[in-house]
Design a binder for this molecule. Structure first.
Ligand code: GUN
Ligand code: ZN
Length: 448
């Protein structure tokens, strides 16, 4: 058994700071030894020679300790909503959601009928995640089964835990992107049987949104989901007012956008709803009651002019909803979770919320794991957890190094890092205990 160890400062969350005193929601160690074996974290202790000796004794041989000074180890970031095929179209100008889909997205996604194109983009996508410190993501592929194979094949190479699925669409998109209720069911089932639980890969049934699936397709998606416990379901919800009006016209019998999904059987544990910008109390209560999760996608919601996510209402203590952070590439504008948290803070300022660093880093780690029902294996730096870790550089740029000299404590440092930091603040990323990204060797991540 190979035992390795990292030395640095560590922050980890074990509770939800929206629900308990934030000061008791995390553990911070100024100088820690994180011991890893067989892909798992074995121990997290204050650093000392005795701690290294204990790890050596337990391993039965010398333990290599990699030291990261001026750094901070966190659980790998979790991106709860992202479209890998849209990597090639980030920063498409000038439109709001429905026009943006027609003008840019549905054009780009047609290229994924070609497996080699899907392979190329998957390669870039996985590397961008890892160089941003993201080790798990809930990923939309395209309608083409090949696009799912490409993504999971690449994920398998890094042994990352990815949750992904084929997009289901049987109306309101170009013919080349449409399936049918039956074909979508059959293709998703075959992909699910191939990939769900293979290594660390997990399958997600993925009806794009209510406007692009008929009642029949939503029902088929729900049937498949119920037939395969442990699988996921992801879709878009209440993102844009024009979209909401359209969904109301398409489903006049339903009381709300969320009610379309609830009525179809698409709410429950392991349901992940992207955006959920225009929600009311009844909607949040439904998410709480059913155990459904929301992905807060601030860079996308600002880029497309969709609106401001009501985080404080979502986390209301009498009916808290599971919430994670989503980059929503390519309506979202950054792979960097730090950058996404920066935008989440600004959204909270506009929505009278004031997201603290503790709340933000919780959302990006344990909050995401709770949204995905993976909080027993992901999202914390603690014994028994998967050794998916990001090593953050606390002085990645001259300005941040200078600014850090005026901070008093770790939460202030984290706030500066999420305000000024981006992928340059990621020193290294570990997946199941293995280093998969090292900023000193970033040239390995340049794309042809
Ligand atoms: N709603 C339906 N499809 C999409 C998509 O690809 N991106 C975003 N942001 N919203 C959507
Ligand atoms: Zn999306």
């Amino acid at each position: 058994m190979t035992v390795t160890a990292l030395r640095s400062s560590v922050i980890t969350f074990h509770q939800d700071p929206f629900l308990v005193d934030p000061a008791s929601s995390y553990r911070y160690l100024d100088d820690a030894l994180v011991v890893m074996a067989d892909g798992k974290i074995v121990s997290v202790d204050p650093y000392s020679d005795a701690a290294v000796d204990a790890a050596t004794q337990a391993a039965g041989s010398a333990v290599t300790v990699t030291h990261y000074p001026d750094s901070l180890i966190c659980a790998g970031f979790i991106d709860c909503h992202v479209h890998y095929p849209q990597t090639q179209m980030i920063g498409a100008f000038g439109e709001q959601l429905l026009e943006w889909l027609n003008k840019y997205t549905f054009i780009a996604e047609q290229q994924f009928a070609d497996k080699s194109h899907a392979d190329t983009v998957s390669r870039v996508f996985l590397r961008e995640l890892l160089r941003s410190g993201t080790t798990t993501a809930a990923v939309y592929c395209t309608v083409h089964p090949e696009s799912v194979d490409a993504l999971f094949e690449e994920s398998e190479r890094f042994n990352t835990r990815m949750i992904a699925g084929k997009v289901l669409m049987d109306r309101h998109a170009p013919d080349a992107l449409l399936d049918t209720a039956e074909r979508g069911y059959d293709e998703s089932k075959a992909l699910l049987q191939k990939w769900h639980g293979r290594g660390r890969q997990l399958y997600c049934i993925t009806p794009r949104f209510a406007a692009s699936s008929t009642d029949e397709q939503l029902a088929a998606a729900a049937r498949l989901w119920k037939e395969h416990p442990g699988t996921y379901m992801q879709t878009h919800l209440a993102e844009n007012t024009g979209e909401i009006d359209w969904v109301r016209d398409l489903f006049p019998q339903r009381s709300s956008y969320l009610d379309v999904y609830d009525h179809a059987g698409l709410t429950g544990p392991r349901a992940i709803f992207g955006h959920a910008v225009h929600m009311d109390d009844v909607d949040f209560a439904c998410c709480h009651r059913t155990g459904s999760a929301l992905a807060h996608c601030p860079t996308s919601n600002l880029f497309l002019g969709s609106g401001l996510f009501k985080l404080t209402e979502a986390k209301q203590t009498d009916r808290p909803v599971r919430v994670g952070i989503g980059s929503d590439i390519g309506a979202g504008t950054s792979f960097s979770t730090l950058h996404t948290l920066n935008e989440a803070y600004k959204v909270s300022q506009m929505a009278q919320g004031r997201l603290t660093a503790a709340h933000a880093f919780y959302l990006a780690t344990r909050g995401g794991a709770e949204a995905l029902y993976l909080q027993d294996s992901l999202g914390s730096v603690a014994p028994g957890y998967d050794a998916d870790l990001v090593v953050l550089d606390l002085a990645p740029t001259p300005l941040i190094a200078f600014r850090m000299g005026f901070t008093q404590d770790i939460l202030e440092k984290l706030f500066v890092l999420m305000t000024l930091g981006d992928d340059r603040a990621v020193k290294a990323t570990y997946v199941a205990g293995v280093p998969v990204y090292d900023s000193a060797r970033d040239e390995a991540f340049h794309y042809a």
